[in-house]
Design a binder for this molecule. Structure first.
Ligand SMILES: [Cu+2]
Length: 201
């Protein structure tokens, strides 16, 4: 047996052991689902739901499809991200953008700062998604990302401190214009939040 083959088996066994420790059957690692109830940060008229479904591509890559509907947002586009902590009270408790990489730079923009911060890492975070567009008070969006997983691993959003969706007041411009000084380019203040919770199916 080669060294690399031995390592793969060890890694797979460690994953199975981790799942069993969580009380999950090993087979549930595929096709996991999660959901979030979206609530306004200060406006109770804002409410909605999100569902997350993990699938595996023919190539063996895990993807997560996010579907979200929200009532009560102002018409137009609003930034949507997966933030790094599963907490919504207050919405600031969700902290920065989900970014589990070695550098952990979760800061999205310099909204409110006189001088743009140096550690902005938007739109490179694993939790950066697309805008939701609201028309006549009803917003809907659907997107698929391979930047995160629901099942355990380095990209999982169901980690020890959880994760939450934040829906922002303004659109995400993905901070690709130097002229905007990167202030608020990730959507600015927070309109709504929803804690992401694993769901049985
Ligand atoms: Cu955000």
């Amino acid at each position: 047996m080669t060294a690399s083959k031995a390592m793969k088996i060890t890694k797979g066994m460690a994953m199975a052991a981790a799942l069993m420790a969580l009380g999950l059957p090993v087979a549930q690692a595929e096709g996991m689902m999660a959901s979030a109830e979206i609530k306004g940060c200060t406006d109770p008229a804002i409410h909605g739901t999100a569902t997350l479904t993990e699938q595996v591509t023919p190539e063996g890559i895990k993807e997560v499809t996010v579907e979200m509907t929200i009532k009560g947002l102002s018409d137009g586009k609003h930034a949507v991200h997966i933030h790094e902590v599963g907490a919504c009270e207050p919405c600031g408790a969700a902290k920065g953008h989900h970014d589990p990489g070695p550098f952990g730079q979760s800061r999205p923009d310099s909204a409110g700062d006189e001088v743009p911060a140096k550690d902005i890492n938007h739109p490179y975070h694993m939790g950066d998604l697309i805008n939701i567009e609201s028309k006549d008070g009803i917003g809907a969006m659907k997107t698929t990302t391979n930047r995160v997983t629901l099942s355990p691993g380095t990209l999982t959003i169901l980690d020890a401190d959880g994760s939450a969706f934040i829906i922002h007041t303004n659109p995400d411009t993905y901070c690709d214009e130097e002229s905007d000084l990167k202030k608020g380019c990730a959507g600015g203040s927070r309109d709504a939040c929803g804690i992401i919770q694993a769901a049985a199916h």
